[in-house]
Design a protein around this ligand. Sequence first.
Ligand SMILES: NC(=O)CC[C@H](N)C(=O)O
Length: 314
Amino acid sequence: MAAELERLKSHLDEWVERSRGNAKNGEVASYIPELAHAPKNALGIAILDPAGTLVQSGDSGCSFTMQSISKVFTLILALMDRGEETVFSKVGMEPTGDDFNSMLKLELVEPGKPFNPLINAGAIAITSLILGSSPEEKTERILRFFRDLSGDQTLNYNEAVYRSEKATAHRNRSLAYFLKDNEVLDEATDVEEVLDVYFKHCSVDVQCSHLARMALVLANDGIDRLSGRELIPRRYVQIAKTFMLMCGMYNASGEFAIKAGFPAKSGVSGGIMAVIPGKYGIGVVGPSLNRKGNSTAGVHLLETLSRQMGWSMF
Ligand SMILES: NC(=O)CC[C@H](N)C(=O)O
């Protein structure tokens, strides 16, 4: 692995600069108004290996919100809180082929049950399963989990992005009320409280190195190699990585699996968290998104890395 790291170090800057040009083919997300301020041409990456060597390049010091990347870890926390049976009574195990905020299939199959935990409807249902006696306590438990995984006890949600999403989330609100009508969110659930926790976990501020460390825990089957602690049971890591491969890149997941071939999860902030099983945790940011909602430059960079380093699992 030492030779691999050397090769990475000597080429990464060049690959980042080559991928950066792809930013012009996309747009920064603006449906959450606060996200529109992100620097369109930024591209950064951090790669962490089990020995703790961090290789960074480009604008890796950029801060951005986790958005949908947070859903991987709320899924894991819900599994740890409630077990597989309860979790999969609320969400399915299949990709949708639709946009992440689509309502289409909610009415078509098993009325109201979201196809998977990574689309918005599924993630909102998952958020409702997190244990805690109040929305504040649930948020605190999620933050604590993210802090342990990232190794940064100061991790927090971004107030401006949270407020911006809360004020404009008409579609997520309609999805959540639809879930309540179909009893995926049960009678006692306060929809606005669930949404509040959801907006907060989507708004957690990170840099590429945080995502790299969180991804490295997944790459090492739940063990934080840097501290030696088991943070996640292996079975739940397996479930999370399978969903990332099947639907982590929205309805471009098939294409990404063919071109890159490893589990990844993207968010509308332009972040991508990628896992090279047994090897590396990777965090990427590139706020300019393609039509399917993935970072144009970030996807190009990860596909380049896969080709150059031979990282496809298949
Ligand atoms: N794809 C995403 O990153 C979506 C997350 C965002 N908070 C939303 O619910 O719309």
